[in-house]
Design a protein around this ligand. Structure first.
Ligand code: BES
Ligand code: ZN
Ligand code: ZN
Length: 498
């Protein structure tokens, strides 16, 4: 897909479809274009009762009055209600609509109202992102015919005012980096667990470093080193599998920096539940239990391309959760690397065990200013917030607010959840310091977050439970069925705006 900028007059742009926006009751603002088309636009709008309501479409042949073959007018709804998130959604829908018509080339007129309301680079970035994200498809395992039949846009021109060329070019570059990072994450999540083993994730991390021109360093810790580090909780989860665990550390370190941020991604490459075996239905999508890890890798993939003044470390405790003769038994007691003992009453609450050791490592050896984890941690979070919203917890409101701001910008929704001290009781064990599942059955996403908080010491920390939005079970304009890449664009935004 090729993006370019043209400050040419709208009627002079050669393309298959010229896309223009129209706000509700603002159709008169298209009178210049209408004049060029000898009134055809207004006549069609009237005939088809088009008034610019949100997502409305008016497709007309330009009858050679324009250099474009067709004109597509997109309804944007009320001016005061439109924002970058609604723009992203409408443009994603439009891209899907154009795909069904097998259109290859389009030109989008960057609307004046939008480029006054928001910086033009942000508008163009959002548009680039929307067009790319909605064109994503994972066809690796499909036949040639289906691969060839899948039509994507090839050429996208943004028509802008001459004074905005360099801003618009930056917008295209930023949008591409963000969308490609999300693709990277989506691809990893969509691959089956037989491919994305812990060793595979480690190799992906090594490849990112290798291709980064020394901007990113990767180190992999194997079983022996993990034993030396005392990561019994993480090793316990891994012990039922024949796949060896790989603890992955990625680092971006600019010459000058004033903050250090550690991002931990849950990397269970397949979650069967272990001996507390999941039902077939619940196991179906568990190849996606490494979505947090895939987000961390997506973030580092993007960090190859732009500078930020912070040191960023990614940690991924990757392993597989399998039942076997060597697997953890319910009732086993494990000692995490920070010395705390955990009674494992349910081997399906495994993510928190791996994160406990990654946090212990982070607080002991990394000493970050901010520690963020991103994890498909609990089904309970999906029940609480649904499939589109991630749960957000933390012990530092500044950090939480920064993540909320970033989420508003990227359009990946989060909702802050509580860490009530009153619930600490629910994680007390008779025999160890903690139990890995709560007493009773309600509030499981909260007690999981409380469990994690036991391993962060005084570090400023935030936790994102992405069990809901990491994997789309139904398609939407921006996301086909499968890995969504949720969190990558938000975290990149967070890193840029901190
Ligand atoms: N990986 C799951 C959580 C999950 C569920 C992610 C659905 C995505 C979609 C996690 O390891 C898990 O199994 N959690 C258990 C915890 C329970 C045993 C306390 C759960 O949510 O049922
Ligand atoms: Zn589990
Ligand atoms: Zn899991």
């Amino acid at each position: 897909m090729n993006f370019s900028i043209k400050p040419t007059q709208v009627d002079k742009i050669e393309t298959d479809v010229l896309v223009v926006f129209c706000f509700e009751e603002g159709i008169k603002e298209l009178s210049d274009l209408d004049q060029k088309m000898a009134g055809l636009l207004m006549i069609s709008a009237q005939k088809e009762n088009f008034t610019g309501r949100n997502s409305e479409k008016l497709l007309i042949s330009s009858k050679e009055a324009l250099c474009a073959y067709k004109l597509l007018v997109i309804g944007m709804g009320k001016k005061e209600e439109v924002d970058l998130n609604s723009l992203r959604k409408i443009l994603a829908e439009t891209t899907g609509f154009l795909r069904t018509m097998k259109i290859k080339n389009i030109a989008v007129v960057v609307d004046d109202h939008l480029s006054h309301k928001y910086p033009p680079n942000e508008v163009v970035k959002t548009m680039t992102e929307a067009i790319m994200l909605s064109s994503y498809h994972f066809l690796k395992y499909k036949g040639e015919k289906e691969k060839n039949d899948y039509s994507v846009l090839e050429e996208v021109i943004f028509q802008i005012k001459p004074g905005q060329i360099s801003q618009a070019n930056n917008g295209i570059d930023d949008g591409k980096i963000d969308a490609e990072a999300a693709f990277f994450t989506r691809d990893l999540v969509n691959e089956p667990a037989s491919v994305t083993t812990p060793t595979h994730l480690a190799n992906v991390a090594l490849k990112i470093a290798k291709e980064s021109k020394n901007r990113i360093k990767t180190r992999i810790f194997g079983t022996e080193e993990l034993e030396k580090l005392g990561m019994e909780a993480y090793l316990g989860v891994s012990q039922g599998s024949i796949e060896p665990p790989k603890f992955i550390r990625l680092e971006y370190k600019p010459t000058r920096f004033n903050k250090k941020i550690v991002i931990v991604g849950k990397g269970i490459t397949f979650d069967t539940g272990g001996l507390s075996l999941k039902s077939s239905e619940h196991m179906e999508s568990m190849k996606s239990d490494m979505s947090g890890a895939a987000v961390v890798l997506g973030v580092f993939q993007a960090l190859k391309y732009f500078d930020i003044p912070y040191q960023v470390v990614g940690l991924i405790p990757a392993c597989e959760n399998m039942p076997s003769g060597k697997a953890l038994h319910p009732g086993d007691i494990l000692r995490a690397a920070n010395g705390k003992t955990i009674e494992v009453l349910n081997t399906d609450a495994e993510g928190r065990l791996t994160l406990a050791d990654a946090f212990s490592f982070a607080t002991k050896y990394e000493k970050p200013d901010y520690l963020i984890d991103i994890a498909t941690l609990t089904g309970a979070c999906r029940i609480a917030l649904g499939e589109d919203i991630a749960g957000l917890w933390g012990n530092n409101q500044f950090l939480i607010d920064k993540l909320r701001e970033a989420s508003k910008n990227s359009g990946e929704m989060v909702w802050q959840m509580p860490l009530p001290k009153e619930y600490n009781e629910l994680l007390k064990s008779h025999i160890a310091d903690l139990r890995n599942i709560q007493i009773g059955k309600y509030g499981g996403a909260i007690t999981a977050a409380i469990f994690l908080s036991e391993f962060v010491d005084e570090t400023s920390w935030a936790h994102l439970d992405i069990a809901g939005p990491s994997y789309a079970e139904k398609p939407s304009p921006l996301i086909p069925v499968g890995g969504s890449g949720f969190g990558v664009r938000m975290l990149l935004r967070f890193l840029k705006d901190l």
